[in-house]
Design a protein around this ligand. Sequence first.
Ligand code: ZN
Ligand code: ZN
Length: 158
Amino acid sequence: MTVSAGREGGCQCTAIRYRLLRAPLALYACHCLACQKQSASAFGMSMWMECDGIAFEGDPPREYHTRGDSGRAKICAFCGRCGTRLYHESTGSGILSVKAGSLDDTSDLVPTAHIWTTRAQPWTRALIDSGLCFRTEPEDEGVLPELWRRATSAERAR
Ligand SMILES: [Zn+2]
Ligand SMILES: [Zn+2]
């Protein structure tokens, strides 16, 4: 489940491509209603990257501006040609929440937490129960990178 620097991804039509320059800080699934809308699916997968830990090339992403539950302004970046959502950025956070399904190779992705499980679609129950769950958001957001760090360092030690 470790995601290393050098991994690549991009939008569906390939007009936007990216490469990870560093390892991600966190990987989790979010079942909130906003993530169900933006993914047009059951949940969103968030992979936290430091802003300077990822390099984009190709078309500049288009932006949809909204606000998170915290009230903080949020930029949602997507490909203007094919509409693939690529990342969200809470302004001032220095972190991009990259949509992990946009990686070219998703075969080894395992989120270390599920958040907003109170909003989860019923069929995902078994999936959610297999991981660490938060009914809404964790009180301390720092727990998400901590869980990922623990899971990936345990794997490296093996
Ligand atoms: Zn595209
Ligand atoms: Zn969400």
